[in-house]
Write a protein that binds this ligand. Structure first.
Ligand code: HEC
Length: 151
């Protein structure tokens, strides 16, 4: 059992890095390939929203602890698929739906309604046909000002 002693630290390092990578043991609904979603996040989104979803002042809003509030607000579900960073991403509808589902669960699981129905390719296809442009920030404000908006 000489090698046995070396195995445990190696295993712990492996487990720790799996957890740091976003917790491969956590279930993501509507996400066929969590690792692909994570890579798409790194390539297409984190430049503006930061790796941890904390956002950058004046550049991109924080998604962490915030983004899933939209799902339960009037017009919010549609807004998330039409916002330019999402609608214009260079991804097909299937990978974009997967990425949006992953984003919601990775960064703001706590605000997701219990009956959350994941986005699918057909819904994203329809929403990104009507991308928001200069009207995105006004729509964002209106949705968040709804009387029952969750803070
Ligand atoms: C060029 C910078 C940029 C990139 C790249 C970008 N976003 Fe955004 N994102 C924004 C800005 C700015 C907003 C706020 C709405 C607006 O004014 O467009 C936003 C809003 C959002 C929202 C709505 C939440 C809110 O608080 O308004 C989601 C969800 C989102 N982005 C996800 C993504 C995802 C997923 C990607 C990658 C596919 C991405 N974004 C890429 C800048 C960016």
């Amino acid at each position: 059992m000489r090698g046995g002693r070396l195995m445990l630290p190696a295993l712990l390092v492996l487990l720790a890095s799996a957890a740091a990578a976003g917790g491969s043991n956590i279930t993501f609904i509507g996400v066929a390939q969590p690792e692909r979603a994570r890579v798409n996040w790194v390539l297409k989104c984190q430049g503006c929203h930061r790796p941890d979803g904390s956002g950058s002042p004046h550049t991109a809003p924080a998604l962490a602890g915030q983004v899933a509030r939209f799902v339960g607000l009037p017009g919010g579900r549609e807004y998330l698929g039409r916002v330019p960073g999402v609608a214009d991403a260079a991804l097909d509808n299937k990978e974009l739906a997967e990425l949006l589902n992953w984003t919601l669960q990775r960064f703001d699981r706590g605000h997701l309604p219990p009956n959350f129905r994941p986005y699918d390719a057909a819904e994203l296809a329809a929403l990104r046909r009507a991308p928001l442009r200069t009207d995105a920030s006004q729509m964002r404000r209106t949705i968040l000002q709804a009387p029952h908006a969750i803070r």
